[in-house]
Design a protein around this ligand. Structure first.
Ligand SMILES: [Zn+2]
Length: 88
């Protein structure tokens, strides 16, 4: 289950601003609008899912296109590989 994602944004202090990938929880990421999120492991693009009380599911992310080489995905085949279309 993907509980944290990476988002490209400004961070750091006023004097030392850096634009780059930043890891945040899916719960926090859901508060952002129109951002591109990627998987911290395989760097594939991630779609965010709201928590569902009905299904007793926490907020989480899923890959836009499945990556059998990512241990965070639901179709991991046991061998880690980068996503075929990584987000840079
Ligand atoms: Zn992944």
């Amino acid at each position: 289950m993907i509980e944290a994602v990476e988002v490209k944004r400004w961070h750091g202090t006023t004097d030392n601003r850096v634009f780059g990938w930043h890891t945040m929880s899916v719960t926090d990421a859901l508060r952002l609008q129109d951002e591109t999120f990627r998987c911290p492991e395989c760097l594939g693009r991630i779609k965010l899912r709201q928590a569902s009380a009905e299904k007793e599911l926490a907020a989480h992310g899923t890959h836009y296109s499945k990556n059998p080489g990512c241990s965070l995905g639901d179709c991991f085949d046991g061998e880690k590989r980068a996503h075929i279309k990584p987000v840079n």
